[in-house]
Ligand binder design. Structure first.
Ligand SMILES: Cc1cc2nc3c(=O)[nH]c(=O)nc-3n(C[C@H](O)[C@H](O)[C@H](O)COP(=O)(O)OP(=O)(O)OC[C@H]3O[C@@H](n4cnc5c(N)ncnc54)[C@H](O)[C@@H]3O)c2cc1C
Length: 518
């Protein structure tokens, strides 16, 4: 017999061997001899009160062996001679679209502008050390897309858009830790992601798919409203039948191309702001009610904050405990920051985006001339502003949090994890008021919600501008573009995802849609 139960374990108990067996015997009124195994299904930490509790959901196997297989199997087929589906972009959406094509018996041919993960590392080093951004290979572009050198948090709210568990199992199948199947806030970590991405590449190649790196798509050849061929930057033209467009929301050239060809796009609301960085011990002491070092059984603490200010949400985004701030620009002449953390989350800093909702219909009147690309142009201008304020390199403009709120230039800054360095800048006056004003009020509220958060020991760093797509590429019910037969907009670039898991799920859905009737 298998019984699923909830178990509460306090911090002292957590280090005890076999505590879950003990708790199960107490809860079920059975002896430990009757328990053949305990499988943890879910684990979360409740630190709201002084006594910290680990909440477990466990399956207790009573006189019953634990099954060795999972419910999820991936039956990849030999697709070397199968009908082809072209996929532009090898981020989470493109990778999962390719894997799903193989399961469905179709051959994915992936075209990716960037390089393989290992080669990509050199280009990341060049950004951090030489301030030189390779426009095809950076923190957003290259094998695994923006997901590779990301934080690898797998939390998603898009539970209705697909099978989240299937995505997790697929990550585990390709080398991610089993722990992601259990944790309430699963996280792979930037040090582990490249290997998982490489393993996904190996699966695709092993079963007969193709992946072409350094193959930027620069044009679509369309005849009678049907996508007939793709043109690559090297001049090659590739005949196509079904194309999944999974280029992410940093691929502005793709939006410009579609717009130039008068292919329907829509402006979409999005969010922008700054990244805030605290010493991790401050966040630990707030969240775990401790002084000094946190207990070794506790992970680096996280937070999630939201406040409505003058009709717009101001909220924390992509919080990275024990992480780093990274330069996520995709072109020279712009500064964009984002965050990531290693699997152990053992860096000394806690960073998070703190962003303001931008309502594309009400907030961007000065950009109306750009039509559906108004959000994109606004985003670009903010990134250029950060570049200029940072000193015209990848050095980012920054301010002490308290100075930003008080409207003062910082005479000096705190240490920071951002490798290209910081330059003190008056972000309180440089940021557009709809963003800067709301952020300043928002941080005051956040300081009331988390005592100690509003501190001069924190920096804010500009700008966090790539939280989500400012453009939507429309699609019909069958996920095809309403005007172009054979084109399936997908993932974050299409406006259908806001993170790794939702992009992966959308990739799977687009693969299913693209092969229908082939
Ligand atoms: C630093 C950082 C940290 C992040 N942390 C997290 C996190 O912890 N959790 C989370 O859920 N999300 C995180 N994200 C966001 C997440 O990475 C994205 O939501 C996700 O990668 C989107 O997937 P995608 O496949 O739609 O697009 P992308 O990952 O952007 O992939 C698009 C791919 O298309 C390629 N491409 C673009 N244009 C062309 C072209 N013309 N021709 C050929 N190829 C092209 C690009 O090179 C890229 O590889 C983070 C992002 C960054 C930058």
């Amino acid at each position: 017999m298998i019984k699923e139960i909830q178990v509460r374990v306090n911090l002292q108990e957590e280090s005890q061997k076999d505590i879950l067996i003990l708790k199960a015997t107490q809860k079920l009124g059975i002896t430990s001899n009757e328990i053949s195994a305990i499988k943890v299904l879910r684990k979360s930490i409740d630190a709201r009160k002084a006594t910290i509790i680990f909440n477990y959901k466990v399956a207790v196997y009573i006189n019953e062996p634990i099954p060795e297989t999972t419910n999820y199997t991936f039956e990849f087929k030999d697709v070397s001679k199968a009908k082809e589906v072209h996929i532009i972009g090898f981020g989470p959406a493109g990778m999962f679209a390719a894997l799903r094509c193989i399961e469905l018996g179709f051959k994915p041919i992936v075209l990716e502008r960037g390089k393989k993960v290992q080669e990509r590392r050199r280009d990341l080093k060049a950004i951090n050390q030489d301030h030189n951004v390779n426009e095809d290979s950076n923190y957003c572009f290259g094998e695994g897309g923006a997901g590779t050198y990301s934080d690898g948090k797998l939390y998603t709210r898009s539970l209705k858009r697909g099978d989240v568990r299937r995505v997790f199992e697929n990550f585990v199948f390709h080398g991610a830790t089993q722990q992601i199947l259990i944790d309430a806030h699963p996280h792979i970590g930037t040090n582990k992601l490249p290997k998982v991405v490489e393993n996904i590449r190996e699966t695709i190649l092993k079963y007969g798919g193709e992946i072409h790196f350094e193959s930027r798509v620069v044009d679509f050849i369309i005849k009678n409203n049907t996508l007939k061929a793709l043109q690559l930057q090297n001049g090659n033209e590739i005949a196509v039948n079904r194309v999944i467009l999974a280029t992410g929301h940093s691929a502005r050239d793709i939006y410009y191309l579609l717009h130039k060809k008068e292919i329907a796009l829509e402006a979409k609301s999005f969010a922008m702001g700054v990244r805030v960085e605290h010493p991790q011990h401050i966040i630990d002491s707030i969240q775990y009610h401790c002084t000094g070092e946190r207990n070794e059984l506790l992970p680096a603490a996280a937070y999630s904050l939201v406040q409505q200010i003058k009709g717009r949400g101001v909220y924390s985004f992509c919080m990275c405990p024990g992480g780093f701030i990274v330069p996520a620009a995709t072109a020279n002449g712009e500064v964009v920051v984002n965050g990531m953390s290693p699997s152990k989350r053992n860096n000394h800093f806690a960073n998070s985006g703190v962003v303001v909702e931008i309502n594309v219909d009400e907030d961007l009147h000065k950009y109306e001339q750009f039509g559906v690309l108004k959000g994109l142009e606004y985003q670009k201008d903010l990134e250029k502003l950060a570049f200029t304020a940072g000193g015209r390199s990848q050095t980012a403009p920054a301010q002490r949090l308290t100075d930003f709120v008080d409207g003062k230039l910082s005479t000096n800054l705190n240490d920071c994890s951002y490798q290209p360095g910081l330059k003190s800048a008056p972000l309180h006056s440089l940021l557009p008021k709809i963003i800067g004003g709301r952020l300043r009020t928002g941080f005051k509220y956040f300081g009331e919600k988390l005592r100690g958060y509003h501190t001069s020991e924190a920096n804010i760093v500009g700008v966090e501008s790539r939280t989500s797509s400012p453009v939507n590429i429309p699609r019909k019910e069958n996920l095809e573009h309403p005007e172009i037969n054979g084109l399936f907009p997908c993932g974050e670039g299409g406006g259908y995802a806001g993170g790794i898991v939702s992009a992966a799920m959308d990739g799977e859905r687009c693969a299913e849609a693209a092969v229908a009737g082939l």
